[in-house]
Design a protein around this ligand. Structure first.
Ligand SMILES: Cc1cc2nc3c(=O)[nH]c(=O)nc-3n(C[C@H](O)[C@H](O)[C@H](O)COP(=O)(O)OP(=O)(O)OC[C@H]3O[C@@H](n4cnc5c(N)ncnc54)[C@H](O)[C@@H]3O)c2cc1C
Length: 419
């Protein structure tokens, strides 16, 4: 029986181990932490957005980097397959806004429990507290380099016919994903592309963001530009923090920001009233002012903006807060309107890996066979999950990348493509 070692007991590693064992291999799963799936516990704010309930083409559309590479993996094990996998093992699921799939219990721990039960049912040996330090290699009869096992941090040499590296990226390093997978890949002769934090909050230049800290804006238009170039546009929710901006719409924008940020700051344009055309908004402002003729400008904006935003709107509009609204001029109203439709924030950089949901960059996919996840450089060496140069937007797509690549790597490492 072939022996497969899986390095890393996260989403991809657990799925790879399950697939390899179900295809008949003897599987040893090595995890450096004292429990499996530490990152899985915190996904989806502890609820685990396990996948997105959509067709493969749509999954591919939500992959930011190297979507073509995922064609075989996604078609081989789709979102539907993942949902069937969990439900047939007793985990009830529900689909929420944006086709996001969660366990019906709202507990990420139920996903890990389901996978752990499957691992033990299939007889996978799990060794916790075991950090893989390096790979070991041998030469095949035809002179090619092949993997022959791993060496752990404590010096233990473990033999295997095939090794799957599923050590994750380097975001949220407190979960155990500290970039070891990249080091193992480099040791095997692989190229690791430039790494940057993605799905990550931004730092902003304007001091007013501190005043707005904690303010969450729903249903706003978010547009990211650099000079005249439009980088991203979306409607949704965003949040001001003590250092800048975050929230779903902004996090998605960050996945396209790393490269442009190298050239200089970006501008975030927030449309605070995307449902209203400038004409409709002007009529709305006039109506609000009409009803409050003798009130001061700063006291007449309560119907338009959340309380926390009003002092900033007053200051940025350049209209004196104590001015009576019936004295506000047409030009001043036009300034307020322009500010409401295009409230700008200068973004100077991304927060670090500690706050990034995903790592952009990783093992160069051109050096990995997309049909098997096997290294093109070292026989018997496979990669799965975030360690690869793959990343998607929020919505369950990143975990689906882990499930699909893990599944494919596991089956192929065990010498089978189907169960
Ligand atoms: C806060 C947060 C929320 C998220 N929410 C979602 C969500 O709701 N939906 C979604 O789709 N995605 C979400 N993601 C992204 C998702 O968690 C990742 O895409 C996914 O976990 C990647 O799986 P992986 O198995 O490749 O890596 P990981 O889950 O990071 O697993 C890698 C494992 O390898 C272990 N390891 C590392 N080095 C070694 C070594 N040398 N030896 C042995 N073991 C090692 C680590 O301890 C870890 O357990 C979220 C991420 C974060 C940080």
């Amino acid at each position: 029986m072939d022996r497969v070692i899986v390095a890393g007991g996260g989403a991809a590693g657990m799925m790879a181990a399950i697939a390899a064992a179900s295809a008949g291999a003897e599987v040893l799963l090595l995890e450096r932490n004292e429990k499996l799936g530490k990152k899985l516990y915190i996904t989806g704010k502890g609820r685990c957005n396990v996948t997105n309930d959509c067709a493969v083409e749509e999954l591919l559309d939500h992959v930011v980097t190297n979507r073509k590479f995922l064609y075989s993996a996604f078609y081989g094990f789709s979102s539907r397959d993942m949902q069937d996998f969990l439900e047939s093992r007793g985990l009830r699921l529900k689909v929420e806004r944006g086709n996001r799939v969660f366990p019906a219990s709202d507990k990420a721990s139920d996903v890990t429990a389901c996978l752990s039960a499957e691992l033990s049912g299939l007889g996978v040996s799990v060794r916790l507290g075991t950090r893989v330090e390096r790979l070991s290699f041998s030469e095949t009869a035809d002179g090619k380099r092949a993997v022959s096992g791993v060496v752990t941090e404590t010096g233990g040499a473990l033999f295997a016919d095939r090794v799957i590296v599923a050590c994750g990226g380097m975001s949220y390093p407190s979960t155990g994903s500290t970039g070891d997978g990249y080091r193992l890949a480099v040791q095997a002769g692989h190229t690791v592309t430039e790494l940057s934090p993605a799905l990550c909050p931004f730092e902003a230049a304007e001091p007013f963001v501190k005043e707005l800290q904690g303010l969450s804006l729903r249903n706003v238009g978010v547009r990211l530009t650099q000079g005249k170039k439009r980088i991203y546009e979306e409607f949704g929710e965003m949040l001001f923090t003590h250092f800048g901006v975050s929230g779903p719409a902004v996090l998605s924008a960050s996945s396209l920001a790393a490269k442009p940020l190298k050239k200089g700051p970006l501008t975030l344009h927030i449309d605070l009233k995307p449902a209203l055309s400038p004409e409709q908004l002007d009529a709305r402002i006039l109506r609000d002012f009409e009803g409050e003729k003798n009130r001061q400008f700063s006291n007449a904006l309560g119907g338009l903006f959340p309380a926390k935003l009003i002092p900033v709107m007053v200051e940025r509009s350049g209209i004196h807060g104590e001015k009576r609204v019936n004295a506000v001029t047409r030009e001043e109203r036009a300034r307020l309107l322009a500010l409401t439709k295009d409230f700008t924030v200068t973004l100077t950089g991304l927060r670090g890996f500690k706050e990034a949901i995903i790592t952009q960059g990783g093992v160069k996919v051109g050096e990995v066979d997309p049909g098997t996840m096997e290294s093109k450089l070292v026989k018997g060496l496979y990669f799965a999950g975030e360690v690869l140069d793959l990343d998607g937007f929020t919505g369950g797509y990143n975990l689906q990348i882990a499930w699909s690549t893990g599944r494919l790597a596991g089956l192929c490492a065990a010498g089978s493509r189907s169960e």
